[in-house]
Design a protein around this ligand. Sequence first.
Ligand code: AMP
Ligand code: MG
Length: 411
Amino acid sequence: MISVNEALQQLLASFDPLESELIPLSEAAGRILAEGVESGIDLPLFTNSSMDGFAVRSSDVSNASQDHPVALFVVEDIPAGKSPSVRLAENQTSRIMTGAPIPDGADAVIPVEDTDQYDQKSRSNFELPSKIKVNRAVDSGDYIRLQGEDVKQNEVVLHSNSPLKPQELGILAMLGKSRVSVYRSPKISILSTGDELIPVGEPLESGQIHDSNAYTLSALITRDYGYPEYLGIVPDNEDSVRKFLETAVANSADLILSSAGVSVGVFDYVRTVVENDGELTFWRVNMRPGKPVAFGSFQGVPFIGLPGNPVSAFVGYEVFVRPAILKFSGITEVPRYRIRARLMDGIKSDGRESYLRGILKYDNNEWLAQLTGHQGSGNLLSLVQANALLIIPPGVKSLAPGAEVDAWLLD
Ligand code: AMP
Ligand code: MG
């Protein structure tokens, strides 16, 4: 049986970045950049005040203190958005607000709180005074944000293939970039196979269960910057399976993702149908849970068949589908937090690469790992309670308490 690593390599070889599109910045949240972004300007664009106060020549106030305030003559008012026009001469000051450009001649700002213009109740006085008193000294450069101290012109600010998080959108706006080149979101068609499945919201009869995988998988796809399209529940017969797969192709899916029906059961038709109209690269992987994972293509569209058991479907998604979807946007390093943790309990395995549900906690300078609940691959609560997948390498049949394992943090 093929190893997890071999299977992943074979699968990833079939995925290439999608085309890019230019979209308005207002629609770019959660999309993946298809271009690197260099700054055309310095940020800040101009040297400005970081406080509401008074722009000064620091040498004029070098002896100022609470007991011996220094008087300065006010020559100009500089609210944010206005350009200063007066150069400060000796013992002159300009009132300045946060974000307003520093006038020529000034090399520091005195916060209004450190002048006689600050009134605890009414913030500061509205009228522009002709004269003020300064209660403290400042060093040259104090409360001044220098042009280019954040970003220099021509500096690379964002790299291609990175997700546009809220702060990235902010910096693109600062740069004046109203349109941005991103990868097209991959469309992932989801189908849930099984005669026992009933949509959530409809009552169950004997032997039936609700289709839960569709919900988990849709949310995972959205997290991974894909666009999930749920096609519905597929009855266990060849014709229905073919019909649903054809619908996915007709809807221009970039990837068809099914759950269940790929094992060795008498009614597991998915493999047969895919093989008849495409190819199957593998259909079993040496892992636990999730051995019956199938990969191939149907009518030229990549196909991944996950196992039906909810925990297996989740693990199969994390191991195979997530890297595949990210590769559609040129992301080749899956962003995962890996932690080395010490097992609190002993673990038995069957020699397959295993992904166990566990809780990691930091205690006494180390990470400790404990299994959650009943580890059966149908028991979703064990995953709900977990914050990590503990990875037992292939070939290992048991681990004693205190042994170290690798773990993937789940979020
Ligand atoms: P199968 O791979 O078809 O043998 O299914 C394995 C197990 O997963 C069975 O217990 C199914 O009832 C269950 N199962 C299959 N599909 C789903 C689904 N969409 N949601 C929840 N459980 C499922
Ligand atoms: Mg089934």
